[in-house]
Design a binder for this molecule. Structure first.
Ligand code: NAD
Length: 477
């Protein structure tokens, strides 16, 4: 079998490889992917450092053309790359193709942004002096990504990094190297100079840790768990390094008495269970006021009966498998914890056998949960959600905000008053009204607050904040 290698200083390299396994069919090896060493990582950092002076001064047309070419190729290959994504991560084929299209759109967006780079010219408070404010690239950026969005998250970090003139050392998650390799191959063939984008696949404890320990990374943009995010933060202080951290969530979705029941059920089912609940923006706390509670639980249960859990590539699958054995164990452990804590198992909770050996788990709904239970406070990251009954809107808002996290927060209501109040008072980076907590646009800011995020926002124009540093220049006329 071919080994998909790392790209260091413009050369494909690496003989040590690990198998990329399909969670829908663990007999299927998606491919063999290189597993980089500390030395590979150091070489990649050195290559990115050497490439920075020229790339940081490259023309905006060159950057535009390369980013546009990448966006166009990803779109042209959306079905093939979507299938690769579904095979390595386990989300359904339509979800995977949708994510691939989004990755293409992100490259197209930043291809456009490259042509719109601008600064400000302002008068000085002193006569005869001009002041220019410009944004310059930061330097070598370390990009560390999680497994749950194998193509979109790498795209939304790589595209702005290149657009603003940075060079990159990119370390994807061990479980899903395939889509990352494909993006890097596309950008390499699109004409990126040697060393501008380096790919080092491999272990977090080796490749990732070598990146954290390096004094040569000017910034690290990280998406992943809270624990690893904290390591990134602590190591970065020592190197006076800029960081952007997107981490966990325990996103609430409030359902009020006046909600349109079908809108609420569709939004809640999507939020909690689509993409197997493995989205940082997934909702795992459904906070329901008492007037609609029983009707909502009954309708949700009916809805869950209609959702097929099966092979990600099979037509008609709504929910694919859990990503791997370790995550499946976390999910089933939390289901046991929920039962022990006294929540009522209203639906699911069981492993399912399918035609192929995979990590199949029923969508699982608890009722009679409280916000103090561990299943309500800790991120599970699987198809497991709990219904928390509350008296009224005021209690719902208080419970929604009573969490260490603050990524996304949703409400289902027909009341303009409550929707408006919720938008203003939800302690989250993103608020959704009558929509799932997950599912965001690519051209507007993405990110959270409290324990979910640290640093400036990703995506859209706001990405410039992280990937550039501001210079103020004064000139005597
Ligand atoms: P993880 O923290 O285990 O891994 C993330 C990345 O960090 C991987 O590439 C991993 O190899 C690397 N890593 C591990 N140890 C490292 C170390 N010592 N030094 C440097 N890098 C290291 O997270 P995961 O399990 O891949 O992803 C799931 C988590 O990601 C969930 O908590 C989820 O909420 C979060 N997530 C957040 C967002 C968001 O935007 N907020 C989006 C997607 C996922």
């Amino acid at each position: 079998m071919t080994i998909y290698q790392n790209l260091i200083a413009g050369e494909w390299t690496g003989a040590d490889a690990v198998e990329n396994i399909n969670p829908s069919d663990t007999k299927e090896v998606v491919g063999l992917y290189a597993s980089g060493s500390a030395a590979d990582t150091k070489n990649a950092i050195a290559a990115a450092k050497a490439a920075f002076p020229a790339w940081s001064r490259s023309g905006i047309w060159e950057r535009h053309v390369i980013l546009k070419k990448a966006g166009d190729e990803i779109m042209a290959r959306k079905d093939e790359l979507g299938a690769l994504l579904a095979r390595e991560e386990g989300k359904t084929l339509p979800e995977a193709i949708g994510e691939t299209i989004r990755a293409s759109q992100i490259f197209e967006f930043f291809a456009g942004e490259a042509l719109r780079l601008a600064g400000e010219v302002v008068p000085s408070v002193r006569p005869n002096i001009g002041v220019e404010i410009t944004r310059e690239p930061l330097g070598v950026i370390g990009i560390i990504t999680p497994w749950n969005f194998p193509i979109a998250i790498p795209a939304w970090k790589i595209a702005p990094a290149l657009c603003y003139g940075n060079t990159i050392v990119f370390k994807p998650a061990e479980l899903v190297p395939g889509c990352s390799w494909a993006i890097v191959d596309i950008l390499h063939r699109a004409g990126l100079p040697k060393g501008v984008l380096n790919l080092v696949m491999g272990k977090g404890s080796i490749v990732g840790q070598t990146m954290l320990d390096s004094p040569d990374l000017a910034g690290i943009t990280f998406t992943g768990s809270v624990g690893t995010g904290k390591r990134v933060a602590v190591s970065s202080i020592e190197h006076n390094r800029k960081i952007q951290l997107e981490m966990g969530g325990k996103n609430p979705m409030v359902i009020l008495d006046d909600a349109d029941l079908s809108v609420a059920v569709e939004a809640a089912a999507n939020s909690a269970f689509f993409s197997t609940g493995q989205r940082c923006t997934a909702s795992s706390r459904l906070i329901v006021t008492e007037g609609i509670h029983d009707r909502f639980v009954a309708a949700m249960t009916e809805k869950l009966k209609t959702l097929n859990v099966d092979h990600a590539l099979k037509t008609g699958t709504h929910i694919g498998p859990v990503v791997d054995e370790r995550q499946l164990k976390t999910d089933t452990d939390y289901i046991e914890i929920g039962k022990k804590e006294g929540a009522k198992l209203a639906f699911g909770g069981e492993l399912i056998a399918r035609d192929t050996p995979g990590f199949y788990l029923q969508p699982t709904l608890f009722t009679e949960a409280t916000n103090q239970m561990r299943i309500s406070r800790e991120e599970i990251f699987g198809p497991v959600a709990s219904v928390i009954r509350v008296k009224d809107y005021e209690e719902a808002l208080a419970v929604a905000n009573d969490t260490p996290f603050g990524l996304s927060s949703g409400i289902a209501t027909t009341s303009l008053k409550h929707a408006t109040h919720f938008k203003r008072n939800a302690e989250a980076g993103m608020v959704m009204v009558n929509l799932p907590t997950a599912g965001v646009d690519f051209h507007v800011p993405f990110g959270g607050r409290k324990g979910s995020s640290y640093g400036s926002r990703e995506q859209g124009k706001y990405a410039a904040e992280f990937f550039t540093t501001v210079k103020t220049a004064y000139t005597l006329a």
